[in-house]
Design a protein around this ligand. Structure first.
Ligand code: ADP
Length: 162
């Protein structure tokens, strides 16, 4: 059984992330979505809120496990018996950072491979950062987020304004 690990901050999970997970299931028998705390990114949602939203969006996908993870990704990959790290590549702008990460991970653990998948064109411009910007300005989120995630994001933005 081939297992892939899809790590990320998911602040919050978007249709772009979901698209990558769905595509991964064509290559892997099981995908572990690993939610990282990433305090250096100053997430809008805390760790458990982000984890809960990923769990909610993934609840009908039996071959997907959602788990929190802390520490070095390659250690987690080896511990969980996974075969590869999955990352999404949107545009040239993602490439440099992702290339660097893949190579440092390979240096840290020779046998851990990184697999890059491209999202559907309609999600190629989508990022959690841009979605938070749209939400701050009252834009419509329905095309980009699961309805419950959209509701939680709108609530969070509203509560920050109070
Ligand atoms: P990180 O902080 O690890 O970059 P993110 O949640 O921002 O976490 O992203 C996780 C992964 O999903 C990254 O590989 C990122 O490039 C990818 N990703 C995010 N949004 C999209 C999208 N719209 N299309 C394809 N890949 C995406």
């Amino acid at each position: 059984m081939k297992i892939g690990i899809y790590p990320g901050t998911f602040d919050p999970i978007t249709h772009g992330h979901t698209d990558i997970i769905t595509r991964s299931l064509r290559v892997f028998d099981k995908v572990i979505v690993a939610v990282a705390p990433n305090p250096s990114k100053h997430p809008l949602f805390n760790f458990s809120e982000r984890l809960a939203m990923v769990q909610l969006v993934m609840k009908d996908l039996d071959q997907v496990d959602v788990t929190p993870f802390e520490g070095l990704l390659v250690d987690y990959v080896e511990r969980s018996g996974a075969h590869a790290i999955i990352r999404g590549l949107r545009a040239i702008s993602d490439f440099e950072h992702e290339f660097q990460m893949a190579l440092i991970n390979r240096k840290l653990a020779k046998t851990v491979e990184t697999v890059f998948l491209m999202p559907s064109e309609e999600y190629s411009y989508l990022s959690s950062t841009i979605i938070k910007e749209v939400a701050r300005h009252g834009g419509n989120l329905t095309e980009f987020l699961h309805p419950e995630v959209a509701r939680r994001l709108e609530d969070r933005i509203r509560s920050l304004r109070l």
